[in-house]
Ligand binder design. Structure first.
Ligand SMILES: [Zn+2]
Length: 728
């Protein structure tokens, strides 16, 4: 690979890579695209779920679009042999763009189908109305209407939800009962509603209110709280006006178990205003009585001492943390060693004469945090590579290439030397769906590259086509990982044409999760009319599938969790891991220019090296130096740095001499990360921290807190301060 080579690609004249546009355009970018129908008759077809919202088992209903909604419902009753009256049910339509069930308004039953603007082949479900209870005759059928809510699978995690369709006339208590069944919650939890960017808690006193009388709307997001009571230590901090840097630093410190235990033991008699205010804050946060508190008293006491950054309004969480510890240290009289014992460690720097005398001079310095420079890797591209057998890999490529095709060529050179350029499809993945296919001639400057995804395309002949293979959650129908492509005949595909490729994918899932083949056998295919059919082996069926476009594999939720948990496809990119930054920091390197050696009395060549001195600090605060300030530009470096959550091993950086014991514990576990999002000027701090009580991770965004259920989400390119504590 030649780094210095610059490559100018002319899309019109280059004959090096023949870019077959038709090959790319034949693939639709998402399931949401509904094919055009060349029908001269004004007939529309819908697919109606025969069992409740089960998209595996649907029936086609075709009807002239000048018919009314009532007639459509009658037709559904007739064809599905329902015993209901048309007034006993309403219809919902599955909107695959938003992945939600949308009610079809049936107040005017004589509305024509053509006026309802329903896309052809819409998936519909029959929503039975609640039977009117004889005790509640006053609730008329007319007031009854369907309400579709999004229920978070995990407390307050809005990204993963199940759809809960209910009746707006039920009470909050009844809703809780329905929701509990849906997510199998057992405790008597509080219900929360997401409204105006806040979680609103429903007190039990409100249980008798109907949803109609409360603030529920279509597609409102609701959630349960896991714990009945606030978790000690899981307490948000109000933003007092540009104070997220302080809140983030305080949450980091609060979650250092040894420090907080010490602070909680302080009495109130102490004649030290900053320590007193901090101890009061920590006591509130760890009382288990509050989910949010205001650090205003502490801020009042330290405001005048805060370091100022004249050029930017944004203050720095690391500088604050360091300075705050310094202020506390100054206030102590009888606990004077607490801060130094916990946070300070020695760095020994030595300079070695390279002349025959080999004399070395050493100097030890106490530091309260380790500042690690990060190389600006703006020319580094992090790529998720999806292989057609199901494997996923993270790959990092550094290049100053300007076009995507050059990047793909480099990738192929390094990882898939037998591939042609046509074997890689470059896509943008959002929520595990392909949102965009990027053409090869695109300039790398024109795309916002947070992460590119390369998908392997298997080799194919002109008689074959690519079939997108999707991995779906059986319950929600949402993809839980990005899709891949397999290859099948252009027409009249049979299972046996695909079985080998499907087996590979099934094996991939089963080998990671230890699942039996039954877990991965729910396969479906979708043709260009969005018709869904079970995909069965030829033992079960002689079906041939015309124009097969998609295959889906539906997996039960618990196996998806297992897959995500166990499949650690390597995120570590060698030149951007914490270890590599530490190696660089402690590396022996030549001194620029000459050094005067006091031993052999002359100007000599020399090397310098830093080492960790003993004892190691109990708390290790690492600053990833993402902000660079120099004469010409002040920048933030966005390089992704991988860091371990447990067992960060510092043993190789400890100074080597005769006193070094071999049984020293040099392993550290992460307890908190302060993340900086945004730019140098307009940014925001959020802390991820592990609660010492329940050992769960939480995201502290000022007064907003959510649990982080997937530990993979803790390592991001926003990590700025890492707080590690030494194992004992
Ligand atoms: Zn010397």
């Amino acid at each position: 690979m030649n780094h210095s080579q610059t490559f100018v690609y002319n899309r019109y004249t280059s004959s090096r890579h023949v870019y077959n546009t038709s090959d790319y355009s034949e693939q639709r970018d998402s399931l949401s695209v509904v094919p055009k129908l060349h029908s001269t008759r004004k007939y529309v077809s819908f697919r109606v779920c025969q069992t409740n919202r089960n998209r595996e088992n649907m029936r086609y209903i075709s009807i002239s679009d000048d018919k009314t909604l009532e007639q459509l419902k009658e037709e559904i009753c007739r064809q599905l042999q329902l015993t209901m009256e048309v007034a006993d049910f309403s219809l919902t339509r599955f909107d695959d763009k938003d992945d939600v069930w949308v009610p079809i308004n049936d107040i005017d039953m004589h509305n024509r189908i053509s006026n309802l603007h329903l896309p052809s082949y819409s998936i519909m479900n029959i929503e039975k109305r609640e039977e009117t209870n004889t005790d509640d005759q006053h609730i008329s059928k007319i007031r009854t209407s369907n309400l579709t809510l999004k229920l978070c699978k995990q407390p307050m995690d809005k990204s993963k939800y199940v759809i809960l369709t209910t009746d707006s006339m039920i009470t909050i208590d009844q809703l809780k009962e329905e929701a509990r069944k849906k997510v199998m919650a057992t405790k008597t939890n509080y219900l929360y509603l997401w409204k105006d960017d806040n979680w609103i808690k429903f007190d039990t006193e409100l249980d008798d209110l109907t949803l109609y009388d409360s603030e529920f709307e279509q597609y409102s997001i609701i959630s349960f709280e896991t714990e009945d009571d606030p978790v000690p230590g899981v307490c948000g901090l109000t933003n007092l006006g540009n104070t997220c840097f302080m809140n983030s630093a305080l949450q980091c410190l609060s979650n250092i178990p040894e420090f907080t235990r010490k602070v909680l033991s302080f009495g109130n008699e102490m004649n030290a205003p900053i320590i007193g205010a901090y101890a009061a804050l920590i006591k509130t946060m760890w009382s288990g009585d509050y989910v949010v508190t205001t650090p205003s008293s502490l801020l009042l006491n330290i405001r005048d001492n805060l370091p100022r950054f004249p050029r930017y309004k944004q203050q720095d969480a690391q500088e604050f943390m360091n300075y705050f510890l310094h202020l506390i240290h100054q206030e102590f009289t009888d606990e004077s060693t607490l801060i130094t014992n916990l946070f300070y460690g020695g760095i020994q720097s030595s300079v070695k004469c390279l002349d025959d005398c080999c004399h070395s001079e050493t100097n030890e310095e106490q530091i309260s945090f380790l500042p690690l420079p990060i190389e600006n890797e703006s020319n580094q591209y992090n790529i998720l590579y999806l292989r057609s057998n199901g494997e996923q890999r993270f790959i990092s490529i550094r290049t100053c290439a300007t076009t995507l095709d050059k990047l793909v060529s480099l990738f192929i050179d390094q990882y898939e030397p037998n591939f042609s350029l046509q074997r890689i499809r470059i896509v943008r993945i959002v929520n595990n769906k392909i949102r965009k296919t990027l053409p090869l001639y695109v300039s790398l400057n024109d795309i916002n590259i947070d992460q590119l995804t390369f998908i392997e395309l298997p080799e194919k002949t002109v008689d074959q086509r690519y079939i997108q293979f999707l991995f779906l959650d059986r319950e929600t129908g949402e993809p839980f990982r990005p899709p891949i492509f397999i290859v099948g005949p252009q027409w009249e595909c049979r299972y046996r044409d695909l079985s080998q490729q499907i087996n590979q994918i099934q094996n991939h899932f089963c080998s990671i999760t230890d699942a039996s083949i039954n877990v991965v056998k729910h396969l479906y295919w979708i043709n260009e009319y969005n018709e869904i059919r079970p995909l069965k082996s030829e033992k079960d069926t002689n079906d041939t599938f015309l124009f097969m476009d998609y295959i889906t594999m539906e997996i039960d939720y618990q196996w998806i969790q297992k897959y995500k948990h166990l499949y650690n496809f390597d995120r570590s990119i060698d030149n951007s891991s914490l270890d590599s930054l530490l190696v660089e920091f402690f590396r022996e390197e030549p001194i620029n220019g000459d050094y005067y050696c006091s031993q052999c009395h002359g100007l000599r060549k020399a090397t310098q090296k830093a080492d960790l001195a003993l004892p190691l600090p109990r708390v290790l605060i690492i600053q990833l130096k993402r902000f660079t300030y120099d004469t010409y530009s002040d920048r933030k470096i966005d390089t992704y740095i991988n860091f371990p959550l447990i067992n960060l091993d510092l043993s190789q950086y400890i100074i080597q001499n005769s006193e070094t014991k071999t049984d020293i514990v040099a392993l550290y576990d992460l307890v908190a990360v302060s993340n900086h999002t945004g730019t140098l000027i307009g940014g925001h701090y959020i802390t991820y921290a592990k609660n010492d009580g329940n050992k769960r991770w939480y995201s502290f965004n000022d007064d907003r807190i959510r649990e982080i259920t997937d530990e993979k989400d803790i390592v991001t390119k926003n990590a700025y301060i890492l707080v590690y504590v030494k194992q004992v």
